[in-house]
Design a protein around this ligand. Structure first.
Ligand SMILES: [Ca+2]
Ligand SMILES: [Ca+2]
Ligand SMILES: [Ca+2]
Length: 240
């Protein structure tokens, strides 16, 4: 709960934005602070700071945050900007995600297991371990895997792939009964979890089956490209 008179962020609003690198190489973000009762507020980029980014004050309550991602930084598809506004009494923190968008690579050739785009089309998996190589997710074409699980079982899903930039960002999603238990997309990037939805190469998700599944529940592991990303991948699913 903000104390009375604490600095408030008027911009940026929301949880994040997308820098479309196919259109421009840099992002300029307006930062606007409101503070009723303090003449001077100190604006800072908090640790872990995004390397190379600058925060330039324009007046007492406004600044411009500018960042031109380096090639190394572009290997990671989502970056968290942490801004601080300190009026000497209270420091308000604002987390803001910057998602990168890259042009898709060469024409995507899908794997031979299509279609596997829904629960009804999901590929069968083997117990206690399943693995499959030379799979591909093409743009907006999920790959679904059906995994029956019993109460207390722990499933570990590993995706292996090399992510050179944001156009190759694959994530793991878990569905049950038509519901995405682990939503993560451009509209809700703040929901992306480090449990299978990271911003760089490879993914691992672990999941413990709830007690309600004493007589089996059907889960679906879904491999999905973030923001239309595509990439080859290997997958393994282990149940303990
Ligand atoms: Ca596929
Ligand atoms: Ca598919
Ligand atoms: Ca990812």
């Amino acid at each position: 709960v903000a104390t009375a008179g604490a600095p408030v962020f008027r911009a940026p609003l929301g949880t994040g934005t997308t820098l479309d690198l196919t259109k421009k190489p840099c992002i300029d973000l307006d930062v606007v602070i409101e503070d009723y009762d303090t003449p001077g507020v100190t604006l800072t980029q908090e640790a872990p700071a995004i390397a190379g980014a600058t925060l330039t004050p324009r007046d007492a309550t406004r600044a411009t945050w500018k960042w031109c991602p380096s090639m190394v930084q572009r290997a990671e598809s989502r970056h968290t900007l942490i801004l601080g506004a300190d009026d000497g009494t209270t420091k308000t923190i604002k987390n803001f995600l910057v998602m990168l968008r890259e042009s898709p690579g060469a024409t995507c050739t899908d794997d031979a297991r299509e279609p596997d785009d829904t629960a009804a089309q999901a590929r069968d998996t083997t117990y206690p371990t399943f693995s499959s190589t030379a799979n591909v997710v093409c743009e907006n074409d999920d790959d679904w895997y059906e995994v029956p699980l019993y109460a207390g079982e722990v499933m570990t899903v590993d995706l292996t792939f090399v992510q050179h930039n944001a156009s190759e960002d694959l994530d793991i999603h878990l569905y049950k009964g038509g519901v995405n238990l682990t939503p993560c997309d451009v509209l809700q990037p703040q929901l992306c979890s480090s449990n299978g939805q990271s911003a760089d190469s490879n993914e691992r998700m672990t999941f413990t089956t709830p007690a309600a599944c004493t007589s089996v529940c059907m889960y679906y592991v879904v491999v999905r490209g973030f923001d239309g990303a595509s990439s080859p991948y290997d997958i393994s699913i282990a149940v303990d």
